[in-house]
Design a protein. Structure first.
Lengths: 207, 442
C-alpha cells in the first residue's frame, strides 16, 4: 500500500454504570451532550476514531465504550484486550462510583497489562457543595495505586470542559510511550485482523 | 429483568452469542442471561490456569507452569476455516474488529503409525510421502479436476456429473486407492466417517474447495486461531449484541421457562419474570426438551514441547482417519501454544478428541495421545452430545445442539443460521449490519 497508515491506539472507558462514559464517548465523537440517558443515540456505534497531531507526529485515538455491559453483567475481558490506554471514570458527585474504582482498575491490569491508565472525575459541573470526592482523595487514590495512574483529569460532559484537553494529553502520553516501545510491535508480525470483503459476486459490495 | 423482550437468550456459548448478536442487529429487544459468572459457557477459554486445575479437581499447578493468567485454555478444540462460514459471519457483523488471528502452521494426517503433511496443491502432492509414484499422479489429476470444475458449467465437468454420481464413482474415475480416499475424505473434505462415499459427489467437492480456498487465504494451512483463545469469539458477538441494545446478565439462576398454551411467554428467575415471545438456549438449560444422541471425549494435554515430527510447529492439526485405527469416526489432535497468548512461555496445549464408540473412551484416544511425546498434565472430559427433540416452531423455544467433535466451526454456524431461519422465518440479512457499520467508519 502506498499510503502510510496511522496506527490506531485503542482507548477504553471503564467505570461504574451512569458515571458518564457514554457522554464522554459522545463528546469525543461529535461534541454533543444529551442529558437524559438516551441510549438509542449510540446504538450500533462501536468505537470512534480521531486523529491527533503531537509534535508533527500523527496519532489516531480509537475510543471504545462499554455498550452498557457493566450495568447488570460484567464487561467482557476481550473489551480490554489490545487496549493502549484506559480511562477510569467516576462521577465527582457520587462517592460510591469513586470507591468502586479499584475493581475496575484490577480488571484493567489483569486484561490490559500494558495499557496506560488515566483517572477522570466527571460531572465537574455541580456546585462545589454537591461534590463528594475531593482532589486530596483523588491524589490519595493514585498514591495507593503505586503510580499506575499516569494522570488525572476533571471533566464535565455537560459543558464540555476538560474533555478535549484530556484526549490531547492522552495522545501525547501514547506518542511518548510508543517512542520508548518502538520495535515491540514488529516482534509479532504474524498476527493479523481479517478484514477483506468477500468475493466480487457478494451483494454487500454494492454500497 | 421484569420487562418485556422480543427474545430471551440463555447461555453465552458461541452459538447463543452469535444468535443474540444477529437478533439485536435485526432490531429485536434481547435479554441475554447466563447462570455462570463468566461469558462463554462451554466455549469459554479458562483463565487463570489455577481455575482449569480446580475445574478438573487437580492439585494447583506448580511454578513450572509460569504465570496462571498467561493461560487461556479452551474446553472445546476447534479452528476457523479461513474461507468458512464463521469468518464470513465475523466479517459481515464487524465482530472481526475485536479479534486478531494467527494461521495454524501445519495440517497433518496419520498413516500407518506416523504423520505426514496433508498435501493440497500439485507440488505438495508430488513430494508427499503418503503415496507411491503412480498414485501421486492420479491424485494430482484429481486435484486439478476439482480445482477447475465449476458447479454451474457442465463443460468443466469432463463428462462427470457431480450431482448424479456419488463420491465412490469420482474416486473410481481417477482410480484413487483406499489410502488416498482416506486422507481425501478425512483430511481435506474433513468428514468424520465414511458415509459421504455413497452420497452425491458435489458435497465432497465443495468441501475440498473450501479447504483449498481457505488455504489460499493465508498460506500455511486452511485454519485460523484467535489470539487469547476461542473464548474471545462468544465475547465478541456478545459485545455486538450489547452495542445494538442487548441487555446482559451473568450469574443469574434460571428457574423456569414459563409456557402458556404450549407457547413460551417468559423466563423466571426467583420472583422475577422476563416476558418474551421467544427463547433461545443451549441444551443444558432445557434438559426435558433434548435427547442424548452420543458422546464426545476431549483430552486437554499440557506439554512443554511441540509435537514430534511437525517441524516444531507452534500450532498444528493432526487427523487420524478412522480406518487407520479400526474405528468408525476420526480422532483429532490440535495444538496451540504460547504464541497465541493461551499458554505461558514455552508451553503448548494439545487436545485429543473424538466421538465415543466404546464403553472405555480413554483407550479410544490413545493413538492420538501416543503422538504427543511426554505429557505434563492431562485433563479428560466426556460430554453428552445433545439434540433438541423438536424444531421449536410451536413452543418458540429454540434449542441449539451441543458442540460436535468436528475440528472447525462449519457445523456450529449451520446450526446457528438454521435456528435463526426457523425463529424469524427469514435468512439472516448480512447486508443489514454491513450498512450501518459502514456509516460509522466515516
Amino acid at each position: 500500500m502506498a499510503t502510510v497508515k496511522v496506527t490506531e491506539q485503542k482507548v477504553i472507558l471503564c467505570g461504574e454504570y451512569g458515571v458518564g462514559k457514554t457522554s464522554i464517548f459522545r463528546r469525543f465523537a461529535n461534541n454533543t451532550f444529551i442529558s437524559s440517558n438516551d441510549r438509542k443515540s449510540t446504538l450500533g456505534l462501536d468505537n470512534i476514531d480521531k486523529e491527533y497531531l503531537v509534535d508533527d507526529k500523527k496519532i489516531r485515538l480509537q475510543l471504545w465504550d462499554t455498550g452498557g455491559m457493566e450495568r447488570v453483567a460484567s464487561v467482557t475481558s476481550s473489551y480490554y484486550k489490545f487496549a493502549e490506554a484506559a480511562i477510569l471514570v467516576f462521577a465527582l458527585d457520587n462517592a460510591t462510583s469513586f470507591h468502586l474504582l479499584s475493581q475496575h482498575l484490577l480488571d484493567i491490569v489483569t486484561y490490559a497489562e500494558n495499557a496506560k491508565i488515566f483517572l477522570c472525575g466527571n460531572k465537574n459541573d455541580f456546585e462545589s457543595t454537591a461534590l463528594q470526592v475531593t482532589d486530596a482523595e483523588m491524589e490519595q487514590f493514585c498514591e495507593q495505586c503505586h503510580n499506575l495512574i499516569s494522570a488525572t483529569y476533571k471533566t464535565s460532559c455537560k459543558t464540555g470542559q476538560g474533555i478535549n484537553e484530556m484526549f490531547e494529553e492522552i495522545a501525547h502520553y501514547l506518542v511518548e510511550t510508543n517512542r520508548s516501545r518502538i520495535g515491540l510491535h514488529e516482534m509479532d508480525q504474524e498476527r493479523f485482523k481479517i478484514s477483506y470483503v468477500d468475493e466480487s459476486g457478494d451483494p454487500s459490495c454494492v454500497c | 429483568m421484569d420487562e418485556e423482550y422480543d427474545a430471551v437468550v440463555l447461555g453465552t456459548g458461541l452459538k447463543e452469542c452469535i444468535l443474540s448478536g444477529m437478533l439485536s442487529v435485526s432490531g429485536k429487544k434481547v435479554l441475554h442471561v447466563d447462570r455462570n459468572k463468566y461469558y462463554g459457557g462451554e466455549s469459554a477459554s479458562i483463565t487463570p490456569l489455577e481455575d482449569l486445575f480446580s475445574k478438573f479437581k487437580a492439585p494447583p499447578p506448580d511454578e513450572n507452569y509460569g504465570r496462571g493468567r498467561d493461560w487461556n485454555v479452551d474446553l472445546i478444540p476447534k479452528f476457523l476455516m479461513a474461507n468458512g462460514l464463521l469468518v464470513k459471519l465475523l466479517i459481515h457483523t464487524g465482530v472481526t474488529r475485536y479479534l486478531e488471528f494467527k494461521s495454524v502452521e501445519g495440517s497433518y494426517v496419520y498413516k500407518s503409525g506416523k504423520i505426514s503433511k496433508v498435501p493440497i496443491d500439485q507440488h505438495e502432492a508430488l513430494s508427499s510421502d503418503l503415496m507411491g509414484l503412480f498414485e501421486k499422479r492420479r491424485f494430482r489429476n484429481f486435484l486439478v479436476w476439482v480445482q477447475n470444475m465449476q458447479e454451474d458449467d457442465p463443460k468443466t465437468w469432463d463428462g462427470f456429473d457431480p450431482y448424479n454420481n456419488n463420491m465412490s464413482a469420482l474416486y473410481n474415475k481417477f482410480s484413487l486407492d483406499k489410502n488416498t480416499q482416506d486422507f481425501t475424505g478425512h483430511a481435506l473434505a474433513l468428514y468424520r466417517d465414511d458415509e459421504y462415499i455413497g452420497q452425491s459427489a458435489i458435497n465432497t467437492i465443495r468441501r475440498i474447495k473450501l479447504y483449498s480456498d481457505s488455504l489460499a487465504r493465508y498460506g500455511k494451512s486452511p485454519y485460523l486461531y484467535p489470539m487469547y483463545g476461542l473464548g474471545e469469539l462468544p465475547q465478541g458477538f456478545a459485545r455486538l449484541s450489547a452495542i445494538y441494545g442487548g441487555t446482559y446478565m451473568l450469574d443469574k439462576r434460571i428457574d423456569e421457562i414459563v409456557m402458556k398454551d404450549g407457547k413460551v411467554v417468559g423466563v423466571r428467575s426467583g420472583e422475577e419474570v422476563a416476558a418474551c415471545k421467544q427463547v433461545f438456549c443451549d441444551p443444558t438449560y432445557v434438559p426435558d426438551k433434548v435427547k442424548k444422541v452420543g458422546q464426545v471425549i476431549r483430552c486437554i494435554c499440557l506439554l512443554d514441547h511441540p509435537i514430534p515430527g511437525t517441524g516444531d510447529a507452534l500450532s498444528t492439526q493432526i487427523i487420524i482417519p478412522q480406518k487407520q485405527v479400526n474405528r468408525n469416526s476420526d480422532i483429532y489432535v490440535s495444538l496451540v501454544s504460547h504464541t497465541h497468548q493461551v499458554a505461558a512461555k514455552g508451553w503448548f496445549i494439545a487436545m485429543v478428541s473424538t466421538t465415543v464408540e466404546t464403553g472405555n473412551p480413554e483407550t479410544e484416544i490413545k493413538p492420538g495421545l501416543d503422538l504427543l511425546g511426554p505429557i505434563r498434565q492431562k485433563f479428560v472430559s466426556v460430554s453428552d452430545y445433545l439434540e433438541p427433540t423438536d424444531d421449536g416452531l410451536n413452543s418458540q423455544v429454540f434449542i441449539s445442539t451441543s458442540y460436535d467433535a468436528t475440528t472447525h466451526f462449519e457445523t456450529t454456524c449451520l446450526d446457528v443460521l438454521d435456528i435463526f431461519k426457523r425463529a424469524t422465518g427469514e435468512e439472516f440479512d448480512f447486508k443489514k449490519v454491513k450498512h450501518e457499520l459502514g456509516d460509522e467508519d466515516q
